[in-house]
Design a protein around this ligand. Structure first.
Ligand code: UDP
Length: 374
């Protein structure tokens, strides 16, 4: 039939950026998504007048000027700075690891004292070459910091011992000797004014979108609609898991509306003790400096991934990465590459932040859209 130039499977951030660029380049685009809404995991639901991050907290942060300029064409950002607090057995600590944290852990008041204390704490680990997250954390900050703020959280989050988790995950967190509670080192940060849905709606403005449609219910039919197909779902599912199944970590959210204005005084409080079953509590209004009479909180529970829940985090260990590479070779083979493009967090099997997703989508546009004659 070839009615469309592109069928885009998945109306998340990756698919939406591609849809915007392809449409602006004069291509005829159809976007389908199995959910009842667009936006993928950045979608927010209004509850009691508050934007609730339905698929987990999303805080936009980037140092990529191109990405920042790009999103600012569609929305403006507020001045939210993520400064999560950790609760370990009732005592509070600032995150990421900084002078406030070191003061709370050890009573040290100067960078010099903090460095000396950390050197003492990590003395027995500093000559090792870290090969996993536990070793990396001990190497960085020693045992007290690891056991108070990292071990319990990490093992709940990933559902496995920290010795079986790749060290790159902990390298996401800054470690600094200033009194700076900003969770990110990036140059730009904030939440879209009007919420994330405003971004998605702007990206998909004038784009034909059909929600509530599962591509896999009739692949042939959907493939026949377009010359090219951009698939943004799980790569193993695209190939009917013929080489094996990629592992993910899922989450379960319990959301409550509370009849009070302020529950915890911060958007994010992490619970780092392994005996608390959730990893964090979000209080959504604080992402947007909300002044509503009520508040909405979400407890986030890590969960085994299965067919009945969402694949939030790829498990990027060696075995899964090797399987992913096999799938990627298949996707790159002539048979598939002529018609199909795979991209986004699930198809790339990567722990993408939103700016990574947009960067990857724009890179695809640069490659794909001129080739399409646009
Ligand atoms: N982490 C931790 N303690 C915390 C917060 C994070 O040990 O209080 C570790 C944990 O291993 C986690 C990783 O840092 O998986 C990355 O955390 P981040 O907040 O970047 O994860 P996300 O927000 O993507 O879930």
């Amino acid at each position: 039939m070839d009615g469309y130039d592109y069928l885009i499977v998945g109306a998340g951030l990756f698919g939406s950026v591609f849809a915007r660029e392809a449409t602006d380049a004069g291509q005829k685009v159809l976007v389908i998504d199995k959910r009842s809404h667009t936006g993928g995991n950045i979608y927010c639901e209004k509850v009691a007048g508050i934007n609730v991050h339905k698929y987990g907290a999303h805080i936009f942060h980037t140092s990529n000027q191109v990405v920042w300029d790009y999103v600012n064409r569609y929305v403006s950002f507020n001045h939210y700075v993520n400064s999560p607090v950790a609760n370990f057995r009732g005592k509070l600590y600032n995150l990421p690891f900084n002078m406030n944290t070191f003061y709370q852990l050890w009573g040290v008041t100067t960078p010099e004292e903090a460095r000396a204390k950390i050197e003492e704490e990590r003395a027995e680990f500093r000559d090792t070459e870290p090969t996993n997250l536990e070793e990396q954390a001990l190497f960085l900050g020693g045992r007290t910091l690891y056991e108070t703020l990292i071990k319990g959280y990490t093992e709940k989050q990933w559902g496995r011992p920290a010795t079986q988790i790749p060290s790159f995950i902990i390298k996401r967190l800054p470690f600094r000797f200033t009194f700076d509670n900003n969770y990110f080192n990036d140059r730009y940060q904030g939440i879209p004014i009007g919420g994330y849905n405003a971004l998605t709606e702007a990206l998909l403005d004038n784009v034909e979108v059909r929600t509530g449609i599962n591509y896999f219910d009739d692949r042939q039919h959907w493939n026949d609609q377009a010359k090219r197909v951009l698939y943004t779902g799980k790569i193993d599912e695209f190939f009917d898991c013929e080489l094996g199944t990629l592992e993910y970590r899922s989450l379960h959210f319990e959301t409550e509306v509370l009849d009070r204005a302020n529950f915890q005084g911060n958007a994010v409080i992490n619970y780092t003790d392994k005996d608390v079953p959730f990893t964090r509590i979000l209080e959504h209004k604080h992402f947007e400096f909300g002044t509503q009479d009520k508040t909405v909180i979400t407890r986030e529970y890590p969960h085994e991934f299965s067919k009945d829940n969402e694949p939030y985090y790829p498990i990027n260990d060696d075995a899964n990465n090797a399987l992913f590479e096999q799938y990627r070779s298949l996707a790159n083979s002539r048979e598939y590459a002529q018609k199909f493009i795979l991209g986004g967090r699930l198809a790339d099997y990567k722990y993408y932040d939103m700016d990574d997703t947009i960067e990857a989508a724009l890179a695809l546009c640069a490659k794909e859209l001129p080739a399409a004659g646009a």
